[in-house]
Design a protein around this ligand. Structure first.
Ligand code: SF4
Ligand SMILES: [Zn+2]
Ligand SMILES: [Zn+2]
Length: 307
């Protein structure tokens, strides 16, 4: 089967609509879709200071490259990269080396903050005593630092590399855990309410699948190996991811169906929960926004890291 647009040799078959595209047409398709998401959902406005959450993985690398490219002639937009070094031996140190080199080439300022410096212990050290699922503590600490540090960098938006697969997994997890209220915070621009303690998060890769993002990263020559965190297979998300992948293989369009129907009901969810959010307080220990007196991050610091 030839490329649908130009009859050249195809390099990819798109998951949703059975269409094959050559390298040039796929790159055009991909970039157009990112631009459309940014425009349709007004992800980038005037005079923005956008901090891109980077890990050295494919999603955030593609995101950083495209945000920089798309805003290249906008003098009112500043782009900075922010990375968190959890301290996962043999994994994060390698991806951060790649990221430093990539940011250098892209001429983007990179700020790296580590668990070791911020919380006194690396994730590897924390996991010597913490016997729960690694992602549950790591995810809390990571989100905490991303928000806190992007505020310190005076960000107006925090851009993350979440793709269609990530979002479909989160929506499914929230359903399975009877946590639909949490889904009201999802979407290409996250949150229900604006609070000055939280930097709004934007997801320009929202409508692109994991396979498409990986293909784009590969075809642009950014990377040809995609490493996974060694702790990831232990997570609930990994189980949901495998289940959705199985369903997608058997019934193509499954993930796209989850996202399309979710986007349709998202305004209703936001409306339903707009007055129902927890009162946002300031954590008594760190002063960061929290629904409880003590934020989750400080809870883990006190009960796990210092214990
Ligand atoms: S997969 Fe889990 S443990 Fe690994 S970096 Fe992500 S949240 Fe942390
Ligand atoms: Zn083509
Ligand atoms: Zn706190």
């Amino acid at each position: 089967m030839a490329c649908k647009n130009c009859l050249e040799k195809p390099v990819i078959k798109l998951q949703n609509n059975n269409v094959s595209l050559c390298k040039k047409c796929f790159i055009e398709y991909f970039e157009k879709k990112v631009k459309k998401t940014i425009t349709d959902y007004k992800l980038i406005r005037k005079n923005e200071n956008i901090v891109v959450a980077c890990s050295g993985g494919k999603d955030s690398t593609v995101l950083l490259y495209l945000i920089k490219k798309i805003t290249s002639n906008r003098r009112d937009i500043k782009i900075t990269a922010l990375a968190i070094d959890e301290g996962i031996h043999g994994y994060r140190n390698k991806s951060l080396e790649f990221l430093k080199d990539f940011c250098n080439k892209q001429e983007v300022e990179l700020n790296i903050y580590s668990y070791k410096e911020e919380f006194t212990k690396s994730l590897d050290e924390i996991l010597k005593t913490y016997k729960g699922i690694p992602c549950s503590i790591c995810g809390v600490l990571r989100r905490y630092l991303l928000n806190k540090k992007s505020k310190e960098l005076k960000a107006t938006k925090l851009a993350t590399g979440h793709n269609l697969d990530d979002e479909a997994q989160t929506i499914t997890m929230n359903y399975f855990k009877n946590n639909v209220k949490m889904s009201a915070r999802l979407g290409p621009i996250a949150g229900i309410i604006r609070d000055k303690g939280f930097i709004p998060r934007i997801k320009p890769l929202y409508f692109l699948t994991e396979k498409e993002v990986a293909s784009y990263a590969f075809l642009k020559g950014f990377m040809d190996k995609f490493n996974e965190c060694p702790n990831s297979p232990l997570s609930y998300r990994a189980q949901i991811r495998d289940t959705l992948n199985e369903l997608e293989n058997k019934y193509p369009g499954t993930k796209n169906g989850i996202i399309s129907s979710f986007i349709e009901i998202l305004p209703l969810l936001k409306e339903k929960y707009k007055n129902d959010h927890e009162v946002i307080k300031s954590c008594k220990i760190c002063d960061e926004p929290s629904s409880q007196d003590i934020c989750k991050s400080c809870y883990y610091i006190e009960t796990v890291i210092k214990a």
